[in-house]
Design a protein around this ligand. Structure first.
Ligand SMILES: [Ca+2]
Length: 144
């Protein structure tokens, strides 16, 4: 019985370390987890606000597949992959309003990852294109 327990322990240890090794290989580049966004107000008063988040790093652009419904609060829960970016890259974050003809920009922000604590959630205040008014808040994580 004791031997069996030890064997199980060793086996699970092995499984854990292999999983870690695989995880490390997969996180080459930069992965950004888009957690949620709040108060994304569209300039467009006629149609509904359907916000999604687009991030550009080192010339690569990725967006959330999920599109929010309304301006209050959207949980995205999506990880965006930037294979040739690094953990100290600069992120251009744009919230866009999905529309039939053209997706309007709701607000945008730039985050220099070398200047923030990437071990913690990063709260990004988006600004309207014109002026400094707040357009909403996006919470992202750098996947370690
Ligand atoms: Ca819309």
């Amino acid at each position: 019985m004791k031997f069996l327990n030890l064997a199980t322990l060793l086996l699970s240890l092995f499984a854990t370390t292999s999983a870690l090794a695989v995880g490390k290989r997969q996180t080459a580049g930069l992965q950004i987890y888009v957690a949620n966004a709040a108060c994304l107000e569209s300039e467009d008063a006629i149609t509904s606000t359907d916000p999604y988040i687009e991030i550009t790093v080192d010339g690569q652009t990725q967006r959330t597949q999920k599109v929010g419904d309304g301006t209050t609060f959207t949980i995205y829960g999506e990880t965006l992959n930037f294979p040739s970016a690094s953990p100290t890259s600069v992120l251009d974050i744009v919230a866009k309003d999905k529309d039939v003809l053209r997706d309007d920009t709701i607000g945008k922000a730039t985050v220099d990852l070398s200047k923030v604590d990437t071990t913690k959630p990063i709260t990004v205040e988006l600004k309207h294109l014109l002026g400094l008014a707040n357009a909403g808040i996006v919470t992202i994580y750098v996947v370690q």
